[in-house]
Structure formats: structure tokens, C-alpha cells
Design a protein around this ligand. Structure first.
Ligand SMILES: NC(=O)c1ccc[n+]([C@@H]2O[C@H](COP(=O)([O-])OP(=O)(O)OC[C@H]3O[C@@H](n4cnc5c(N)ncnc54)[C@H](OP(=O)(O)O)[C@@H]3O)[C@@H](O)[C@H]2O)c1
Length: 360
């Protein structure tokens, strides 16, 4: 049944204007301003898909898929949440009382969206969903498929109406599938065109397309937080004693890696992964500049988690000293703390797990 609920949320459906109007998340938020914030326009292809699925969509729009009531005061979205650091971030956002986000108290008790490629087989998320059915929404999203990104954004828009924190963890370093192999190159002779393009698509382009399609929801997160702060909502911790400090903007935290740094590159190798993460850094910096100029800005951060004991590091961890190999629990905790402490002043910066800045 849980798997069915998760799959429901991945089905392609139209955003309903009526549903959107029912979703103001704070006193004083008008339906028209809510609708006006989104830049999303249906494409012809989406419209066709929508028509094809119109009847199925109507029946699939179950209670799980309708606007949450009352509307959430904070929405965290973890992209790449089936395992590793992403899954642990979801768990901590649901189960750690202060959510490890000191500057964002509204995150504690807030709603969490976990996206992954295959919800039906994401057992860690299924377990969390059974423990926190009212606070967790699992949505299908494959960063290599724009259609799933668009559908995921529609689902979140319809159900939750905002995103305050978007943490993007999905990445590939090595793949050992029957139909496709990828391994980090130890020399240029091992560079493989398909593997390099895969790394770019998953590690750099994918998260940037997610940013593109979720920008309206993130903008709405910033705007709604500021409406709440101007009304003196203490749970947002967003004004100082004089009421002058602006509410924190919505934040996009993209997981990069220290090996992306050109200035810090002393070892060479890993061409595809390194270069894809370097590209992610540049794209994230570009977004930071673009969205800092907006009326409702979005903060962009790049994060290096350290070496973490996950599937990604599995083939390479034997030479890592035990004290330098973090558990996913520790890595997620450290990264969420950084995210919670940063403000719009920090937009476009690249932080390591210990809070130090990583050189470009
Ligand atoms: N672990 C480390 O030591 C380390 C060091 C430096 C940086 N990082 C960075 O930290 C982040 C998290 O790494 P991790 O160690 O948690 O990795 P991980 O355990 O290997 O998890 C990778 C995640 O990415 C997802 N993913 C892969 N391709 C995808 C796609 N096309 N669409 C959507 N999701 C996709 C996987 O989903 P599936 O289950 O569907 O495959 C999985 O949830 C990555 O960005 C990584 O580069 C990690």
C-alpha cells in the first residue's frame, strides 16, 4: 500500500488552479499572488501527456496527492534520497528534534519530500514513510529525465506549494550494471565518452535542471517565509528584536566534492567525475548570482561531505584512515548544520564538512 501511495505521487497530473488556490501556507497569503509566483508553463508535450492521462490522473489524485491541510510551514526536499547521505538527511529531518538546522527552526516538524529514481524499491524510504506518513512525501525523480523532474515539481506544487530547502545529493562515480560500466579513470587513456557524458548528465546538468523546474517553488518558499516573519511568526526565527532581519531565503545545497576544485587538484585522475563536479560548481555559482538579484532571492551553497562510508566510496575506502571515513549519519548531520547556519550573504560559496571554504 505504501508503495502504491509512492507510485501515485509519481504519476503525471495537471496542476489544478483550484487546488493551488487552496494552498496558501500562511495568514495573509493571497491565492492570486500564490498563482502568480510560478513561472511554470505547460509545454505542448506535457499538455498531450496530460490529456492522455487525464482520466487516470483524476482517479490517481488520492488524499495523498491533494493539498496538505494545514499547509506546511517549511518544506525540505532531498533529491537523491534512496540511500547514502541523502537517505540519512531525510531521516534526520524527520527524527532529530531540531533537524540539525539551527537557523531554520521551522524545519523541525516541517514536511520532507524525498525524491529518487525508483520509489517502489527504496526500502529505506518505505520504512521512514511507514513511521512518518503525514510528514514525508516520496516522489519519483530521475535527474536524467526532464519529464520526471517536471512531474515531481508539479506534484510538490500541488501538494505542498513551496520548497524552503532543496538538498541535491544524487551523483555517480562508478557504475557496474550489465548494460553500462563506468569507473573513475586513472589516466586519460581510460577516458570513455559515454561515461564522461553520464557523469555530466547526472552530476552537473541534472541538479541544474532540478533547480530550473523547482525555482518557482523555492521563490515561493522565500516569499512565504517573509510573509510569516513580517507577521511575527516566532517559529520561523526570522526577525531580530527590532524586526529588521529578513527571513532566510530558500536554499539550494548541492553536494559537490573536494576533487572538483581546480586549485586543490594535486593528484589528477578521475577526469569525468572531477570535471562534472567542477561544472556543477560553475552552474551553481551562476544560479547564485542570478537568484541573488531577484525580489525573493534563493541562497545557493556547494558542499563537500568529506569521505563518507556509502556505496559511492565503497571501492576506494580501504586506504582511508578510520577517523577520516565518516558515517552517513555524521556526514548528514555536519552538512545540515552548515546549511542551517548560512544565509544569503553566503550564496555561491563552497563549504567543506567542517565549515571551511574550499578553493575553486
Ligand atoms: N561518499 C563520499 O565519500 C563522497 C565524497 C565526496 C562527495 N560526495 C558526494 O555526496 C553526494 C552523495 O553521495 P553518497 O555517498 O550518498 O552516494 P551514494 O550512496 O552512491 O548515493 C547516490 C545516490 O544518487 C542517486 N542517483 C544516481 N543516479 C541518479 C539519477 N539519474 N537520478 C536520481 N538519483 C540518482 C542514487 O539513486 P539510486 O539508488 O536510484 O541509484 C543514490 O540515491 C554525491 O553528490 C557525491 O558526489 C560523496
Amino acid at each position: 500500500m505504501l508503495a502504491r501511495a509512492m507510485l501515485c505521487l509519481s504519476s503525471s497530473t495537471h496542476a489544478s488552479a483550484a487546488a493551488a488556490r487552496r494552498m496558501p501556507a500562511c495568514r495573509g497569503v493571497s491565492a492570486s499572488s500564490f498563482d502568480g509566483t510560478f513561472s511554470y508553463r505547460p509545454t505542448a508535450a506535457r499538455a498531450r501527456r496530460g490529456l492522455a492521462h487525464a482520466s487516470a490522473s483524476a482517479s490517481a489524485r488520492s488524499a495523498d496527492d491533494s493539498p496538505l491541510s494545514p499547509p506546511p510551514r517549511h518544506v525540505s526536499l532531498i533529491q537523491g534520497a534512496s540511500r547514502g547521505i541523502g537517505l540519512e538527511m531525510v531521516r534526520q529531518l524527520l527524527e532529530v528534534p531540531d533537524a540539525n538546522l539551527p537557523g531554520r527552526p521551522a524545519a523541525a516538524g516541517g514536511h520532507v519530500v524525498a525524491t529518487c529514481r525508483d520509489p517502489a524499491n527504496a526500502s529505506g524510504l518505505t520504512d521512514l514513510l511507514s513511521k512518518h506518513p503525514g510528514r514525508l512525501t516520496v516522489v519519483r525523480l530521475d535527474v536524467e529525465s526532464t519529464a520526471t523532474i517536471v512531474d515531481a515539481a508539479e506534484t510538490v506544487k500541488r501538494k505542498l506549494g513551496r520548497v524552503d530547502l532543496l538538498c541535491q545529493t544524487a551523483a555517480v562515480l562508478h557504475v557496474d550494471a550489465p548494460e553500462f560500466k563506468m569507473r573513475p579513470e586513472t589516466s586519460i587513456a581510460r577516458l570513455d565518452e559515454n561515461a564522461a557524458l553520464k557523469a555530466y548528465r547526472v552530476n552537473a546538468l541534472g541538479p541544474t535542471l532540478v533547480t530550473k523546474h523547482f525555482a518557482g517553488l523555492l521563490t515561493e518558499g522565500t516569499r512565504l517565509s517573509r510573509v510569516c516573519a513580517s507577521e511575527g511568526d516566532a517559529t520561523t526565527n526570522e526577525t531580530n528584536d527590532d524586526g529588521e532581519k529578513p527571513a532566510p531565503a530558500a536554499v539550494v545545497a548541492n553536494l559537490s566534492a573536494r576533487v572538483s576544485s581546480v586549485g586543490d587538484n594535486a593528484l589528477g585522475g578521475w577526469h569525468s567525475y572531477r570535471a562534472s563536479k567542477t561544472a556543477l560548481n560553475q552552474l551553481t555559482k551562476n544560479c547564485a548570482i542570478e537568484f541573488s538579484r531577484k525580489k525573493h532571492p534563493i541562497t545557493f551553497l556547494l558542499l563537500h561531505p568529506g569521505t563518507v562510508d556509502t556505496d559511492l566510496s565503497e571501492p576506494f575506502k580501504k586506504n582511508v584512515p578510520a577517523e577520516k571515513l565518516f558515517t552517513a549519519e555524521r556526514a548528514a548531520r555536519q552538512l545540515l548544520r552548515i546549511v542551517g547556519a548560512k544565509t544569503q550573504q553566503d550564496t555561491g560559496k563552497f563549504f567543506a564538512w567542517d565549515g571551511t571554504e574550499v578553493p575553486w
